[in-house]
Design a protein around this ligand. Structure first.
Ligand SMILES: [Zn+2]
Length: 173
């Protein structure tokens, strides 16, 4: 199934993965660049939140940035998440607001490390289940860890390396 999707270019993937500590970008961007959707800035081969102080300090010899769409916004546009967090159970039903706020706070902290890590959507399903989708696999794992750390319950993780997809199930009754 889906064998026609074997388009992974090994050499390319390897080269990108070698850039340790850098946010992976599928193509090299001309710098500086700014995302036309979220306003994040790409410079020194990293994405970061725009820093108003730094920008105004630089202003005299500021080069007009290239307007692009950052990988996180691209993913949001495509609607295809890299991570899913499934939240369910009676405890969750009783503490829905509190748990949602915990997840939001954790996502904000994650964005300080990597602005491309974002929550894409919150989907309330049947039986009061919640599905949170994320732009990165790591953020889904991080949300799972934070739920387990704060509220215990049961958590498990599923990884699909082929599809670069992480699923996290957290449940507490
Ligand atoms: Zn963006």
């Amino acid at each position: 199934m889906q064998s026609h999707k074997r388009y992974t270019n090994q050499t390319f993937t390897k080269r990108v993965d070698d850039e340790k500590g850098r946010h992976r970008s599928l193509r090299s961007l001309p710098e500086p660049a700014v995302c036309e959707v979220c306003g994040d800035v790409y410079a020194d081969r990293r994405w970061s939140k725009p820093d108003p102080e730094r920008q105004s300090a630089k202003h005299e010899h500021f080069r007009a940035p290239n307007v692009v769409v950052c990988p996180a916004c691209e993913r949001q546009r495509s609607g295809v998440p890299s991570g899913y967090v499934y939240v369910e159970g009676e405890f969750f039903a009783l503490h829905r607001g509190e748990i949602k706020r915990l997840l939001e706070r954790e996502a904000q902290r994650a964005a300080e490390d990597n602005p491309l890590a974002r929550i894409m959507g919150w989907q309330a399903g049947q039986d009061g289940k919640l599905t949170v989708t994320t732009t990165t696999e790591h953020l889904a794992q991080r949300l799972g860890h934070s739920l387990h750390k704060a509220y215990h319950g049961k958590v498990h993780y599923g990884f699909s390396h082929r599809n670069k997809l992480t699923r996290v199930w957290w449940q507490r009754d």
